[in-house]
Design a protein. Structure first.
Length: 196
């Protein structure tokens, strides 16, 4: 799938602007990572937040020894690692963040600096909560689509499955692959079973 055609996570411009207004106080670290560098590793302690100034990043998850799957791609203005702000104790990242383009520029904010800023800026805190909430809604939407696709495949409902797969194919490559697997399940379910 053409990366430009993939559904991208919407950028929260208000949060981006709020972080920009706090740059002096937050003293972020400027990162200039190489192509394919991993900025956040799934399972690592969440101790910072990333603001993408320029470039593209891939958000990937892996579970139970399976290969990593891309769940989103983000560009300039995206904010990642917000768990660093809301976590209690040693909160861990739920996904890997990998650089997709050369010339990527990232600002990394420490957890301590973010805590100080949020204490004095209710708008910043509200926007961070809004970001987390929106990500949960998007994840729930994808889970629901996948479950609807499994249901349509098991019922042999090709019309419903076609619509579901069309929506899945607008997302990252992993959702396009899931659409193909659901269509395969429909084909297998519809084929006559051979007698032993």
């Amino acid at each position: 799938m053409d990366p430009e055609a993939q559904e991208q996570e919407p950028i929260n411009l208000r949060l981006w602007h709020l972080l920009q207004t706090h740059l002096k106080q937050l003293e972020p670290e400027l990162l200039l990572p190489e192509h394919n560098a991993v900025l956040i590793e799934q399972g690592d302690v969440a101790d910072s937040l990333l603001l993408v100034q320029q470039g593209r990043l891939s958000i990937e998850i892996h579970q139970n020894g399976n290969a990593s799957r891309t769940i989103a791609e983000v560009g300039a203005g995206a904010v990642l690692g917000e768990m660093a702000l809301f976590g209690i104790g040693e909160t861990r990242h739920g996904a890997r963040v990998r650089v997709l383009e050369a010339n990527t520029e990232i600002l990394r904010f420490s957890r301590e600096a973010l805590h100080s800023a949020v204490l004095f800026d209710a708008e910043l805190a509200a926007e961070m909560l809004l970001l987390s909430s929106e990500r949960c809604r998007n994840s729930n939407r994808m889970i629901n689509l996948l479950l609807d696709g499994i249901d349509a495949s098991s019922r042999g409902d090709a019309t419903s499955l076609a619509s579901i797969c069309s929506t899945l194919r607008q997302g990252p490559d992993s959702m396009e692959q899931a659409a193909g697997q659901l269509e395969h399940l429909l084909t297998v379910a519809a084929s006559p079973r051979l007698e032993s």
